[in-house]
Design a protein around this ligand. Structure first.
Ligand code: HEC
Ligand code: HEC
Ligand code: HEC
Length: 133
């Protein structure tokens, strides 16, 4: 009788642990699979080499750091030009540079952020350029 009760408790614990483990695993899968980037914009279509300011892998994980560095450079040092690893020079501007190539903000930036519940508050001040059709 006692043994039987122990068995029930143990199998209860096992089911519980498996469920917790599964929810972590399942949650991780979700966090690390953002939507495929939508790069089909007029500006990108015209590029010969379809490259971002820096390498795509760096941009994917670190674009927020690049943007903060740009902001600090512009607002604190008054420097508006950025020389990339490639040697290309870009104007440091969220609306004037990033969103000129990525003019599909909703499908590109917003779709990825929404899927990960990230909500940058930049656009209460920064303009979203109108999409030219
Ligand atoms: C409260 C208003 C406000 C918010 C919110 C804000 N900014 Fe700015 N930002 C400014 C102002 C003002 C400047 C200076 C504009 C200039 O000198 O061209 C600036 C400049 C910048 C610049 C360089 C100039 C340019 O044209 O982009 C970058 C990059 C930038 N901010 C990024 C960001 C990012 C990224 C966020 C969100 C995480 C953000 N900002 C949120 C007000 C704001
Ligand atoms: C000259 C056009 C251009 C500019 C300017 C530009 N991008 Fe890009 N961006 C691209 C292209 C093209 C790709 C795809 C690159 C690749 O796959 O190698 C890309 C890729 C990315 C990616 C990676 C997407 C993914 O999941 O693979 C992010 C994030 C990104 N850009 C953000 C930004 C931000 C933020 C800025 C401004 C700081 C910016 N881009 C400026 C053209 C541009
Ligand atoms: C492939 C997915 C993806 C794409 C595409 C993407 N982002 Fe992000 N972005 C993220 C993630 C993930 C974070 C949050 C990182 C963190 O919390 O450390 C983030 C954070 C940010 C932040 C900082 C937010 C904050 O409040 O600290 C800014 C600003 C930002 N993104 C701007 C952009 C802009 C502008 C674009 C489009 C040009 C863009 N992102 C495209 C995934 C993406």
């Amino acid at each position: 009788m006692k043994l039987n009760k122990m068995g029930k408790i143990i199998s209860g614990i096992v089911v519980f642990v498996v469920l917790i483990a599964f929810s972590f695993w399942y949650g991780k899968e979700k966090i690390f699979s953002p939507p495929a980037p939508e790069l089909n914009t007029p500006a990108i279509a015209q590029m010969k080499d379809k490259l971002c300011v820096e390498e795509a892998a760096y941009m994917r994980t670190d674009h927020m750091k690049l943007l903060s560095a740009w902001r600090d450079s512009v607002t604190r040092e008054g420097n508006r030009l950025y020389t990339a690893q490639s040697g290309n020079v870009y104007k440091m501007s969220l609306s004037g540079t990033c969103l000129q190539c990525h003019s599909n903000k909703e499908q590109f930036c917003d779709r990825c952020h929404n899927s990960l519940a990230v909500k940058p508050n930049c656009f209460s001040c920064h303009a979203i350029p109108e999409v030219k059709k």
